[in-house]
Write a protein of this length. Structure first.
Length: 151
């Protein structure tokens, strides 16, 4: 199994659909910036698939531009031809865990440190939203201590 973690912003509102057997599938389109130094930045687009209802409470707070961190299984990239006739690569992840990003709000207001997602409220016990979904603040801080933030 290939595990991957990405941090980025939603490029569109979450899309919810159902399979013919009635299973719920939610799709997120996430843009993650890759810094190339003096050469500028590139953006990699990821299609994130969420099966079932495991993140329904969180997905309700997500909209286009929302910052998010995704942990999941990387699928084999798919190559396709776009409308202009050039080859494109589709990067796909099946999400196992989602976090509200602590790196800022999509509208650019405030520093983003410790802020909640727009419209989000702390769950019972006064926990921040990311703690509700399995990560302590110490674990999040440790993950990004030595890495440059990708956006």
């Amino acid at each position: 199994m290939n595990q991957i973690t990405i941090a980025g912003h939603l490029g569109a509102d979450p899309e919810v659909r159902f399979t013919s057997s009635g299973q719920k599938v939610t799709t997120l389109r996430v843009a993650a910036r890759v810094r190339k130094g003096a050469k500028g930045d590139d953006t990699i687009w990821w299609r994130v698939t969420i099966w079932g209802e495991q993140f329904d409470k969180m997905v309700a707070f997500l909209k286009k531009g929302s910052p998010i961190i995704v942990f999941g299984e990387l699928s084999k990239p798919e190559i396709f031809t776009n409308r202009e006739g050039s080859s494109q690569v589709s990067m796909n992840i099946t999400a196992h865990h989602l976090l509200f990003s602590p790196f800022g709000r999509p509208d650019g207001q405030g520093s983003g440190q410790g802020e909640e997602a727009p419209g989000a409220h702390a769950p019972q016990g006064g926990q921040a939203p990311h703690k509700q979904f399995g990560q302590s603040q110490e674990q999040v801080d440790e993950m990004f201590a030595d890495e440059e933030i990708p956006f």
